[in-house]
Design a protein around this ligand. Structure first.
Ligand SMILES: *[C@@H]1O[C@H](CO)[C@@H](O)[C@H](O)[C@H]1NC(C)=O
Ligand SMILES: *[C@@H]1O[C@H](CO)[C@@H](O)[C@H](O)[C@H]1NC(C)=O
Ligand SMILES: *[C@@H]1O[C@H](CO)[C@@H](O)[C@H](O)[C@H]1NC(C)=O
Ligand SMILES: *[C@@H]1O[C@H](CO)[C@@H](O)[C@H](O)[C@H]1NC(C)=O
Ligand SMILES: *[C@@H]1O[C@H](CO)[C@@H](O)[C@H](O)[C@H]1NC(C)=O
Length: 429
């Protein structure tokens, strides 16, 4: 009997491994390693974790607490964010691949190239087999030094996610020059970003003070470009009362830090600075691949570019003015929540897979206290304990698997083994 339960346990574990490969959660993975806790904490603060989880094929080069603390000692969070992005390779590298590079070296793309402030080749990393069997990583910038070398493999989920420890950060002259929120003049930043009209309204209405107060805690701003104010069909904003103008401008800001990759993971209504509770003046997000739009329930406005990203402040430009139905909707408006319902269906799966849908949350919370990763295979009485052995991520599909696993536990043992085996088979397809 014991052997049979062991078999079942192994099946459950391999099922978990297969499920985990469908949507990874870098934060959850690194939580198991205290030597990378500082790195993990910065992944969360800068929300680079959302960028990593949104990629189906990725290699994370992690730094120990010692290397990480010397990196961050003198940097703004915006600069740390770029350093973490440069350590995130958009390809799968395990030790075997590292040591058998064709021609002894290879160029690879990083998150910094696709989402950071990179220009030219800056966001590419050259991996080279150095003398003495070491593998070095350096920026592709000419003359860059191979100060970062491979130390050990931490986690491999072929061929989706690999976590490798390296000795040092990858840097190059000019990497640490990101604009920081602390030293930013918001008005000047908006003007420079082509949002002069919005900047003028923000100053004349006094809402600038509300924004500035929020910048200390958390602020995400959606600044319509000057073109947005010339759009056909835009209501005459000059006709708004002073109070309504204030509401409109507050509607363009969130009291939370949401860089673009994190916006994609938000489901349902998002409170703005104008929100009064009960879903009034909330926004929702529509994401299609890398395209992110804010949905008011009346119109959608595309997030065009990010002009400032320094925890806890993000400033994005949007291509149209966000019109809250509460101010501009004549007839009862379609609720933003309804609009967000089409998000999961229309968005490509890998981009949104990491976000848990609202419904399964209950199930997730319920099973959390039961999580005993170190407990041995459970005796028959509390067999449901085996369910928590699955990956600690929020993949919706995992939830479905858990549920059927739990049902199986209630029925005959043979049926249970068969059903787990079937699930493993199905997952492998
Ligand atoms: C893992 O990689 C495969 C093949 O590249 C891909 O089809 C799958 O979607 C990936 N899984 C995740 C979680 O991104
Ligand atoms: C730390 O930052 C200050 C101010 O930006 C700068 O003057 C100093 O050179 C920096 N120190 C190091 C070691 O980079
Ligand atoms: C990587 O850098 C080394 C040393 O600068 C250089 O010899 C090699 O050609 C580079 N590899 C690639 C693929 O660019
Ligand atoms: C910020 O910039 C605006 C416009 O560029 C300028 O009028 C204002 O004086 C600046 N504020 C501060 C505090 O420097
Ligand atoms: C990833 O794991 C962390 C820690 O376990 C958790 O707080 C977070 O919600 C998870 N993220 C997703 C997208 O499931």
């Amino acid at each position: 009997m014991a052997a049979a339960y062991r078999l079942l346990f192994l099946l459950a574990v391999s099922l978990a491994a297969v499920s985990a490969a469908r949507a990874h959660n870098i934060t959850a993975i690194l939580e198991g390693y205290s030597e990378y806790s500082l790195y993990n904490s910065y992944l969360s603060q800068t929300k680079v974790c959302d960028e990593i989880n949104g990629r189906s094929t990725v290699t994370s080069l992690v730094l120990t607490n010692g290397a990480m603390s010397s990196l961050v000692s003198n940097l703004s969070l915006a600069d740390v964010k770029n350093a973490l992005r440069l350590l995130t390779l958009l390809d799968y590298y395990d030790p075997k691949k590292l040591h058998s590079l064709h021609g002894g070296s290879e160029l690879t793309t990083t998150l910094y190239q696709t989402t950071g402030d990179a220009s030219g080749d800056m966001g590419h990393v050259n991996i080279t087999n150095l003398r003495g069997g070491k593998v070095g990583f350096a920026s592709a910038q000419p003359g860059a030094k191979f100060q970062a070398t491979y130390t050990k493999s931490v986690k491999e989920e072929p061929y989706n996610l690999s976590v490798l420890e390296v000795s040092d950060p990858i840097t190059f002259p000019g990497l640490f020059t990101a604009a920081s929120a602390a030293s930013t003049n918001l008005t000047a930043l908006l003007e420079k970003a082509g949002c002069k009209r919005f900047a003028a309204l923000v100053v004349s209405s006094g809402v600038i003070k509300t924004y500035q107060a929020a910048m200390d805690k958390a602020l995400t701003l959606f600044a319509p470009t000057d073109d947005a104010f010339h759009a056909k069909g835009l209501p005459d904003l000059a006709k708004l009362t002073a109070a309504d103008l204030v509401t409109l401008l507050e509607y363009h800001a969130l009291p939370q830090y949401a860089p673009k990759a994190s916006l994609k993971t938000i489901r349902g209504g998002i409170p703005t600075l104008a929100s009064t509770g009960k879903g009034k003046y909330d926004l929702s997000v529509v994401a299609r691949g890398d395209d992110v739009s804010m949905d008011t329930g009346m119109d959608k406005s595309r997030v065009a570019s990010t002009v400032l990203d320094d925890t806890p402040v993000a400033v994005h430009t949007v291509d149209s003015v966000l019109l809250p139905p509460e101010l501009f909707g004549g007839a009862p408006s379609p609720a933003p929540a309804g609009a967000s319902a089409d998000t999961p269906a229309s968005a490509p799966a890998p981009e949104t897979a990491s976000a848990p849908a609202p419904a399964p949350t209950k199930h997730h919370e319920k099973k959390k206290p039961k999580g005993k990763p170190h407990s041995p295979p459970a005796p028959p009485a509390d067999s449901p304990d085996m369910a928590p052995a699955d990956a600690p991520d929020g993949d919706e599909a995992d939830k479905a698997d858990d549920k059927s696993a739990a049902v199986a536990v209630g029925t005959g043992f043979a049926a249970m083994v068969a059903s787990v085996a079937a699930m493993v088979g199905a997952s492998l397809l």
